[in-house]
Design a protein around this ligand. Structure first.
Ligand code: SAM
Ligand code: SF4
Length: 322
């Protein structure tokens, strides 16, 4: 379905849980999220599947499962299996921190998951611990290898780059792409949710590219059919690809094709706006399929043309799903 700016909205990102087993400094406060949702406030799998089925009628064909940490939710494999049986869904991806991926990758693939995006902000064990506060790098690296081994392709690695924290590693990540068959994507640090964002920590894609090129030589552009918000490059003789996602310095909103559903059932037309439509209350209040459809349609029409100036969504990213 088209929105007011002629963008085709065919992609739904669904946060299935607000809890997480890491505490990334840019996403969560150290003590975790206050006011975690009681279990009965989180959409049940049946409710999520119902919303997806209605979304499919409106043209949703691609789903991304996220969180919090989606692999912490019970019976997630069974949920993916049910989801993959919905006619009209062409692509199911997941964004995960990878900590539990070694254990789940094969079953997820067998259940119908197509691919994974894995967050990995440092290749240095100590720094990885500092950024995630509690994580072990080894678990994530093993999860990444297993995901690739079982066929969850393309494996995409998401690196949120922060000045003075991990910007000294962008060259190392770039060189890693020479040896590994992954798409390593550098993401500009966004002012979302927790108060960790500071201008001094922000580093633009342009600067990251310059740092990489100074070390590795020219980045060679790669045309991708469906690249979403990322632009892709490779290095001479590389196995993998390098991607750049620049929400703050380019106009990625022009190509925005997505809606977001939070774990508590709020439908969000835009990551950068605090507008939310409460689907859970409607569903639990016995709204008809037609009524839910109308609400999804009108939410699509609420999508703004672009990121609004100076808007910092008040929800933590872990409860929106990225
Ligand atoms: N826990 C999973 C993970 O970390 O991949 C899924 C949820 S997490 C909120 C989704 C994505 O959002 C991750 O790739 C994370 O790096 C990204 N993210 C969180 N806060 C961000 C911020 N302030 N700026 C840019 N990306 C952010
Ligand atoms: Fe958890 Fe993902 Fe947020 Fe890190 S980025 S705290 S792994 S939800």
């Amino acid at each position: 379905m088209k929105d007011r700016f002629n963008r085709n909205i065919d992609y739904l990102r669904i946060s299935i849980i607000d809890r997480c087993n890491l505490r990334c400094i840019y996403c969560m406060p150290e003590e975790g999220i206050k006011n975690l949702l009681p279990h009965d406030e989180i959409l049940s799998y049946e409710e999520i599947l119902k919303i997806i089925e209605i979304g499919v009628i409106l043209g949703i064909t691609r789903i991304r499962i996220t969180g919090g940490e989606p692999l912490l939710r019970k019976n997630v494999v069974h949920f993916i299996e049910k989801l993959s049986n919905i006619e009209g869904i062409k692509d199911i991806g997941m964004t995960t921190n990878g900590v539990l991926l070694k254990k789940f990758a094969k079953d997820l693939f067998m259940a119908g998951l197509k691919r994974v995006n894995i967050s990995l902000d440092s290749l240095d064990e100590q720094k990885f611990k500092t950024i995630t506060r509690v994580g072990n790098l080894k678990d994530v690296l093993e999860g990444i290898e297993e995901a690739y081994r079982v066929g969850l392709e393309p494996v995409k690695i998401n690196v949120v780059v922060m000045r003075g924290i991990n910007d000294d590693e962008v060259e190392r990540f770039a060189l890693w792409s020479k040896d590994v068959p992954y798409q390593i994507r550098f993401i500009e640090f966004m002012p979302v949710g927790v108060n960790s964002w500071k201008k001094e920590l922000f580093i633009s894609t342009e600067e990251i590219k310059k740092k990489i090129e100074a070390k590795t030589g020219k980045l060679i552009p790669v045309e991708m059919k469906k690249s979403g918000p990322a632009e892709y490059f490779t290095l001479e003789g590389s196995t993998g690809l390098l991607g750049f996602i620049s929400p703050l310095t380019t106009h990625i909103c022009i190509r925005c094709n997505r809606l977001r559903l939070t774990a508590e059932g709020k439908l969000r037309p835009c990551l950068f706006s605090d507008k939310e439509i409460d689907l859970k209350t409607l569903l639990r209040g016995g709204a008809s399929e037609e009524e839910i459809k109308d609400v999804i349609k009108s939410t699509i029409q609420l999508k703004p043309q672009g990121m609004l100036e100076d808007v910092k969504p008040s929800r933590p990213m872990s409860t929106i799903g990225g």
